[in-house]
Structure formats: C-alpha cells, structure tokens
Design a protein around this ligand. Structure first.
Ligand code: ADE
Length: 229
C-alpha cells in the first residue's frame, strides 16, 4: 500500500517530511516528489504549488507514476462557517468548484456536463479520521469545502460561496484533487486547518497563521498514519 500525501505549499508538507525516514527525492514535471517511509508505510509526498491546475497535475502523477493507492491532502483554508476559528481542523465530506461557471447555458454553478457539482470523500478515511480525533481528543469538524483559483479576501464573495454551495471552508486545490481521485478510483481525504476567515484581514491572517495551521493539519495526518501502521 502506497499513500500519497500532498499539500499546495512547502509550509504544508515540511512538518510531514520531518517525520519521514528513508526519504528519496525525484524531479518530475517541474516539481520534486519525495518517496519516504513512515512506520512501515510507503508514502509519496509533494507540494503541488497553488491552484487547481497544479493540484490536478500533482495528484495525477502521484497516482499514475508513483502508484499511490490512497491520497491524503494536508493544508490550510479560509473559514466560511462562523463556527470555524483559526487553527480549527475541518475535513471535507464533499467538495465543489466555486469558480466553475457555465450558467450561461442553464447549468448550475460548479457544474459541467458529465461532471458533478460535489465530489464525495472516501467514507473509510473519514471514519478513520473520526476515530483518531476521538482517541486523541482533538476537535475535528466536517463539512463542505469549496475550491477555486482565487484567494478570497472579500466578505461578499465569501457570502456568495456560502449561499451557493452551502460551503463551510474554502481553499484553492481540494476539489481538483477530488475530481482526479474520483476519476481514477483512488480513495481521498482532504484535511484543512483554518488560517483566516476569507475576509478583509485574510491576507494578513494567512501570512501570520500559515505555518502554525499547516503544522496542526500535518500533525493530524501523522496521527492517521500512526493508526494505519
Ligand atoms: N486558503 C487559505 N485561506 C484562503 C483564502 N482566504 N482563499 C483561498 N484559499 C485559501
């Protein structure tokens, strides 16, 4: 069993690489992929760079070239749901693309023909995460994550995403990874720790909390690997 663990930014995967043994790096498609072992589990780890296109490329290569059989994503997100505070963990039950728009042809937001508005996460990985959270007494929320190629720092746009997709958090890669994994039949899990509230202060908060929230998310992923090992 090989498990892919990906982030979008170097800060999101650094805390994971620190815990790995037998790390080997490979250059591929303008990026670096790390093959490593953790407590007997084979992993491939990479950060994709920001956005849906890079995330799709990385997820596809982890599956097709590195033969990953499950994919875990770790990183940060902007909160939409007011109950989510900086540092809180949220796992996606399902994901959508908030910037996908062919409504001019009568389709709903987030939909293209032969696609679906929401892609659902793997139920077994969700169950495993809940067990880990219970055992470690860590609060883990679940909900809908909306993805788009935009850093949201605008209360109006945030409100529109909440109303249109009933989303709890937003980021820039999750739904792209979900679409790739769904198409290739690979179970996936998208975990995010909140770095900001996608409001006027989002840019400042993101810079301030990127590292600490990335670490919270990565630590939880490590606890999931501990449980799998
Ligand atoms: N990831 C973390 N915060 C975000 C925001 N406000 N917009 C988009 N992606 C994010």
């Amino acid at each position: 069993m090989k498990i892919a663990i990906m982030g979008a930014m170097v800060e999101e995967i650094e805390p994971l690489l620190e815990k790995m043994r037998e790390v080997k790096s490979f250059e591929l498609a303008d990026n670096i992929y790390y093959e490593a072992r953790y407590k007997g589990i084979d992993t491939v780890i990479a950060y994709s760079k920001i956005g849906k296109v890079y995330a799709s490329l990385t997820a596809s290569l982890m599956i097709e070239r590195f033969k990953a059989q499950k994919l875990l994503f770790s990183g940060v997100a902007g909160a939409i749901n007011d109950e989510l505070k900086i540092g809180d963990l949220i796992v996606a039950k399902k994901l959508c693309q908030h910037d996908l728009d062919i409504t001019a042809f009568g389709h709903p937001y987030g939909y293209v023909p032969e696609g679906k508005v929401y892609v659902e996460s793997d139920k077994e990985l969700l169950f495993l995460a809940k067990e880990v959270a219970k055992e470690k007494k860590i609060e883990l929320k679940d909900g809908i994550i909306a993805t788009g190629d935009q850093f949201i720092a605008d209360p109006k746009r945030k409100e529109w995403i909440r109303e249109t997709f009933n989303a709890d958090a937003l980021e820039m890669e999750g739904a792209a990874v979900a679409v790739v994994c769904d198409a290739l039949d690979v179970p996936f899990f998208i975990l995010r720790a909140i770095s900001d509230a996608a409001d006027m202060d989002a840019g400042f908060d993101f810079d301030t909390f990127l590292k600490s929230s990335s670490r919270r998310s990565a630590d939880f992923i490590i606890s999931m690997l501990d449980k799998m090992a």
